[in-house]
Design a protein around this ligand. Structure first.
Ligand SMILES: C[S@@+](CC[C@H](N)C(=O)[O-])C[C@H]1O[C@@H](n2cnc3c(N)ncnc32)[C@H](O)[C@@H]1O
Length: 376
C-alpha cells in the first residue's frame, strides 16, 4: 500500500480533478449543509465543501491519512467544523444525519473501488431523506486493447527471473485486474458504453454488462480496457478516458486475456463483464469470432488470496473464541470506564506479561485491542 504522503499528493496532482470537484461542489452543496466526506484521505474534498458554505463536515478514513487530515484541520483552524473520524465508514455512526455524501471512490473502472457498496451503506445510515451525493452516477466504457506494456503486467510471473517454485502464480496473474494508462493507439476496437450505475438507487449486489466490440484493424487483442465517466453533480462529469483531453489522467482498468488473440479488421468480439457491489469480484469473458480462438473467461475470484482458514470456514457451526479472541476478551474485560489505557496495559503486564510471548509484543497487542475497541 502506498504511503499516505505519496498517495494523496498523487490525487491532488491529477490534472483538473480538484477543479471538477470544486465546480460540482459549488452546484450541489448549499450554505449550512452538513457533509460526510467518505474516505476523506487528508481532507481535500471536505475542505472544498466548507469553502462552498457547508457548516460542518465529518471526515472518515480508515487509513493513517486521517491523522494527516486532523493536523491539517488544526493548522487551518477548522477543527470546530471538520470532525475527523478514524474508522471504516461501515463501522461509523455519525451523531447526526447529513445533507451531502461525497467521495472519490471511482477507482479505475468506476465500480472497482467499492463505491456501490459504500454509498449504499452510507446513504442508508447517514443521509437525510432527499440528501445529495457526489458522485451520483457512473457511466462505464470499454474497449479491446493491444499493449505489450499492459500484457507484461499479466505475464510478470512467467518471467525468467522468477524462480521456478513461484511460477504457478502465473495462474493468478491472468485473473487479476490491473491499473494501466492506455493511449488512444492502444485501443484496437471501437470503445463502447457498457453500462450505467445510478448511485442513488439500490442496484443489487451484482452488475452484469454486455457489449460487442468491433476490431479497428488487424491486431493482437491482449484484453479489455475499462474506464468511467462519473457525474459529480450540477452537470459536471469526471473521466479517466484515454480518448478525452479532459481526462484526469488516472489509469484505466486492464482486464487481461489468458491468451492473446489475433483479430482482423471488422471482427466482432462479444464481451461480458460481471461485478460485485464491493468492487472486488470482477468476472470478464471474451468471445472472439470462432476461427480466431475459443471464448475465454477470467475472474478475480480465481486470484483471491484465501488462507486455509478462509477456505474451511463454515457458517453453520457454533462459533468458538480463538486464542486471539480469548486474549482480546481478557483485555477488554479490564475496560471499566475508569481505567486509562496505560493502567490497563500495566495490569496486563503484571498479570500476564507473556500473553503474547514477550513484554514488547504484549504491550503492542494491548494497545491494538484498545485502539480498535474503545473510545476515549
Ligand atoms: C481515492 S482516496 C481519496 C481521498 C480523498 N477523498 C481525496 O479525494 O483526495 C480513498 C481514501 O478512502 C479511504 N477508504 C477506502 N475505503 C474506506 C472505507 N470504507 N472507510 C473509510 N475510509 C476508506 C482510503 O484509506 C483512502 O484514503
Amino acid at each position: 500500500m502506498a504511503h499516505p504522503i505519496s498517495e494523496h499528493v498523487g490525487y491532488l496532482a491529477l490534472p483538473g480533478r480538484y477543479e471538477l470537484f470544486e465546480k460540482s461542489i459549488s452546484a450541489v452543496v448549499r450554505p449550512g449543509d452538513v457533509v460526510a466526506d467518505l474516505g476523506c484521505g487528508v481532507g481535500v474534498l471536505g475542505i472544498q465543501c466548507l469553502e462552498a458554505g457547508a457548516s460542518e463536515v465529518y471526515g472518515i478514513d480508515s487509513s493513517e491519512a486521517i491523522h494527516l487530515a486532523r493536523e491539517t484541520m488544526v493548522r487551518a483552524g477548522l477543527t470546530d467544523r471538520y470532525h475527523c473520524i478514524s474508522a471504516s465508514t461501515y463501522s461509523t455512526d455519525l451523531p447526526e444525519k447529513v445533507d451531502v455524501l461525497i467521495c472519490d471512490h471511482v477507482g479505475h473502472f468506476g465500480f472497482d473501488y467499492g463505491i456501490v457498496d459504500m454509498m449504499r451503506d452510507a446513504r442508508t445510515r447517514m443521509l437525510k431523506p432527499g440528501g445529495r451525493i457526489i458522485p451520483d452516477r457512473l457511466s462505464l466504457r470499454i474497449a479491446g486493447v493491444t499493449s505489450e506494456a499492459a500484457r507484461s503486467k499479466a505475464l510478470a510471473w512467467r518471467q525468467e527471473i522468477i524462480p521456478e517454485p513461484f511460477r504457478w502464480l502465473d495462474e493468478f496473474a491472468a485473473n487479476t485486474k490491473y491499473g494501466h494508462e492506455f493511449t488512444p493507439e492502444d485501443l484496437c476496437t471501437q470503445d463502447v458504453a457498457i453500462g450505467e450505475i445510478d448511485l442513488l438507487c439500490d442496484e443489487g449486489d451484482l452488475f452484469s454488462f454486455k457489449a460487442t466490440l468491433r476490431a479497428k484493424g488487424d491486431a493482437t487483442l491482449d484484453g479489455l480496457g475499462g474506464w468511467f465517466d462519473a457525474h459529480l453533480g450540477g452537470g459536471v462529469w469526471m473521466t479517466n478516458s484515454p480518448l478525452e483531453a479532459r481526462s484526469i489522467g488516472r489509469p484505466q482498468a486492464f482486464l487481461p486475456l489468458k491468451n492473446a488473440v489475433e483479430v482482423k479488421e471488422g471482427d466482432e468480439i462479444g464481451v461480458k463483464v460481471r461485478a460485485g457491489a464491493d468492487g472486488k469480484l470482477i468476472a470478464w469473458s471474451v468471445e472472439p469470432p470462432r476461427q480466431r480462438g475459443p471464448a475465454q473467461s477470467m475472474s478475480t475470484w480465481a486470484s483471491m488470496v484465501l488462507s486455509e482458514g478462509d477456505l474451511t470456514k463454515r457458517s453453520d457451526r457454533p462459533a468458538h473464541l480463538s486464542n486471539d479472541g480469548e486474549n482480546a476478551r481478557y483485555v477488554l474485560a479490564l475496560v471499566d470506564g475508569e481505567r486509562t489505557p496505560a493502567e490497563i496495559e500495566q495490569i496486563v503486564l503484571q498479570e500476564r506479561p507473556d500473553l503474547r510471548g514477550t513484554r514488547r509484543a504484549t504491550r503492542e497487542y494491548v494497545q491494538s485491542v484498545l485502539a480498535r475497541s474503545t473510545s476515549a
